[in-house]
Write a new protein. Structure first.
Length: 198
């Protein structure tokens, strides 16, 4: 190796014998690995951002009608009240009006259902679910265990699993439903009629 080459190597921090000192090469490899790691992290972050954005867009599309649906629930409630208040005679104009109201209410509920808005109307004895039910009052009951739904005062609605309006319910008071709560209550003797009391 001539003197000029040796001098150039010395200027750039390279040893006269290339195999002797690999520190500069190790530094370049470490820097390359650091940049590769950064690039992978940025790519992963972009993928997560893309997934979050898609989920938010799907939610926005699914729940865009939530306010509109909530406004229409009042229309459904009024139709139900009109049906309950309508006379039960099967003649004349009143029968035609009731039939028309029933058909309108049924069509409205079908429109709700086809757009993902489902009616929530728990039956007596169903478990109380605070996500979909709102307890309006508590009453003692002989037939329903304590804490369960006793009666639905107003149906609720959910949109794709999200509560738009909770069902307003009456809940059985604690200690209700003695038969269900006490499995050791005396059974009636053979041939004796069961009167519902323990």
């Amino acid at each position: 190796m001539d003197a000029d080459q040796a001098e150039a190597n010395a200027e750039h921090g390279l040893d006269a014998h290339p195999g002797d000192d690999l520190a500069p090469l190790d530094a370049v490899i470490a820097e390359r690995d650091e940049w590769k790691d950064r690039a992978l992290r940025v790519a992963a972050e972009m993928e997560n951002l893309k997934r979050r954005s898609e989920a938010q867009q799907n939610d926005a599309r699914a729940f865009a009608i939530q306010r509109f649906a909530r406004d229409l629930l009042g229309v459904s409630d009024n139709l139900e009240r009109a049906l309950m208040a309508a006379p039960n005679d099967s003649e004349g104009a009143a029968a035609g009006l009731v039939t028309g109201l029933e058909m309108t209410h049924k069509a409205l509920l079908q429109a709700f259902e086809s757009n993902g808005l489902k009616r929530v109307a728990p039956q007596a004895g169903d478990a109380f679910d605070p996500h979909f039910h709102q307890a309006m009052m508590e009453q003692p009951s002989d037939t329903v265990p304590g804490g369960a739904v006793l009666q639905t005062m107003q149906a609720g609605f959910e949109l794709f699993g999200r509560t738009v309006r909770p069902a307003m319910v009456v809940v059985a008071a604690k200690g209700s439903g003695a038969q269900a709560a006490n499995p050791y209550a005396a059974a009636p003797a053979a041939g004796q009629a069961f009167d519902g009391k323990a």
